[in-house]
Design a protein around this ligand. Structure first.
Ligand code: SAM
Length: 393
């Protein structure tokens, strides 16, 4: 288990190089699962973003020379990528880091199984699993109104399925290299069943962490930053890169949800916004409020963190982020790109290129991700890799 966790952290720390990573060998569970010709790659996404999710996975497959096509329905919250031949999925998964995808919340190598008997779903599921052992399992639904209605059924089934797996010795959290089993309920008897590699997939059921707005937080918007920290940084990176006493700048800070997230982690914050900050944020004593333009502000010295939630053209924000790193004004940044336009996938790709074109290759990590708390927007994380050459300061 220890080795598994280390492996997971290392994969999460890989730099974004704009080149496909070295292919990893396919695990045996994947090779045997792909013997079934009706297997596809099931991707979860926010309902309404299926076109972006499809365009992205098709582009990634094309870049690796894998033929296939994505199938989806608007509002379904899912995309199915069919590789032709199906073995192409093994190459796709071994050559692609899940963290490189922006619009997918999770990916599962899945297939639809025959309808379950409503009087005994567990036996039907166990029969489909066969003799395979798994490291864990997620009972899931799609993020739709119909999916929400199925959540109580998943909660009800969970302990029964766990007991059945434990009795058969098939739930082996102690054995590294085992896949995670996903059971995605499309209706009360209709299930997509499949596997993911925990070292190369989102670690949460349905692909996102459940976060609650803390009672004293000035705005709901702070949940975006909270989720961004959890999604972009491994637990080890969070401990190392987000330490009490560090300095942060928050551009577009009012009313203060993001600054509040930083202060509650012990950081000192310079909050930039012409608008007023919430009194409970100022009462922390950790925030200096400057009523200046975020595009003109220059920090007196390098800060550990830049965060930016200014509502502006995404291209302008992308240029601003790159500029801060070129100037050496910050070491890490989390920012939000608003996407009110129709061509959202293309716009994200354009912003990615704008940022990377201004920075030396392989010296920075850039991740862009459509978080659960993002609506018509995506979040970004940019950081200088430790071995990167020093920027001008
Ligand atoms: N992150 C904030 C929170 O958690 O409370 C919400 C930020 S809100 C979405 C966007 C903010 O950007 C607004 O308060 C607005 O005043 C500010 N803003 C817009 N243009 C700006 C600029 N050029 N410089 C600084 N702030 C700006």
């Amino acid at each position: 288990m220890k080795q598994r966790q280390v492996d997971f952290l290392e994969r999460r720390s890989l730099p974004d190089t704009r080149h496909p990573p070295e292919g990893r060998p396919s695990p045996s569970w994947l090779t045997s699962w792909l013997e079934s010709p009706d297997v596809f790659l099931l991707l979860y996404c926010r309902p309404g973003f299926e076109a972006e999710c499809t365009a992205e996975i098709q582009a990634k497959a094309r870049a690796q020379g894998i033929s296939g096509y994505g199938k989806t329905t608007l509002g379904s919250g899912e995309v199915r990528f069919h590789a032709d031949p199906v073995s192409g999925l093994a190459r796709l998964l071994s050559g692609l880091e899940f963290a490189e995808l922006c619009f997918s919340r999770q990916w599962v190598v899945a297939r639809e199984i025959p309808p379950l008997l409503s009087q005994d779903r567990v036996s039907g599921l166990i029969a489909e699993l066969g003799e395979r052992a798994v490291g864990g399992f997620f009972l899931e639904t799609l993020d739709t109104a119909a999916g929400k209605l199925l959540a109580p059924l998943c909660r009800q089934l969970e302990p029964h399925l766990r007991r059945a797996l434990e009795q058969r010795g098939q739930l082996r959290a102690d054995r590294p290299g085992l896949p995670r089993w996903h059971l995605c309920f499309l209706s009360s008897t209709h299930v997509c069943l499949g596997f993911s590699d925990p070292a190369n997939a989102a670690p949460w059921p349905m692909g996102f962490p459940r976060l609650k707005r803390p009672p004293r937080a000035p705005s709901r918007s702070g949940l975006k930053l909270d989720e961004a920290f959890l999604s972009f940084l491994s637990p080890a990176e969070l401990t190392e890169r987000l330490q009490p006493g560090m300095q942060a700048v928050d551009l577009g800070a009012a009313p203060g949800g993001w600054s509040w997230q930083l202060t509650r982690r012990g950081l000192w914050v310079t909050a930039i916004d012409n608008g007023p900050l919430a009194p409970e944020l100022l009462a922390t004593g950790r925030v200096r409020h400057l009523q200046v333009d975020g595009f003109r502000y220059r920090p007196p010295r390098q800060v550990d963190w830049l965060v930016c939630d200014i509502v502006e053209q995404p291209e302008r924000i992308a240029r601003l982020m790159a500029h801060w790193f070129v100037q050496g004004w910050c070491r890490n940044a989390i920012f939000n790109l608003k996407l009110p336009m129709r061509k959202r996938y293309e716009e994200v790709q354009r912003c990615r290129a704008i940022i990377l074109d201004q920075l030396p290759p392989r010296a920075y990590r850039l991740r862009l991700r459509h978080l659960y708390h993002d609506r018509e927007e995506v979040s970004g994380y940019l950081s200088r890799l430790e071995q990167a050459p020093a920027s001008r300061s």
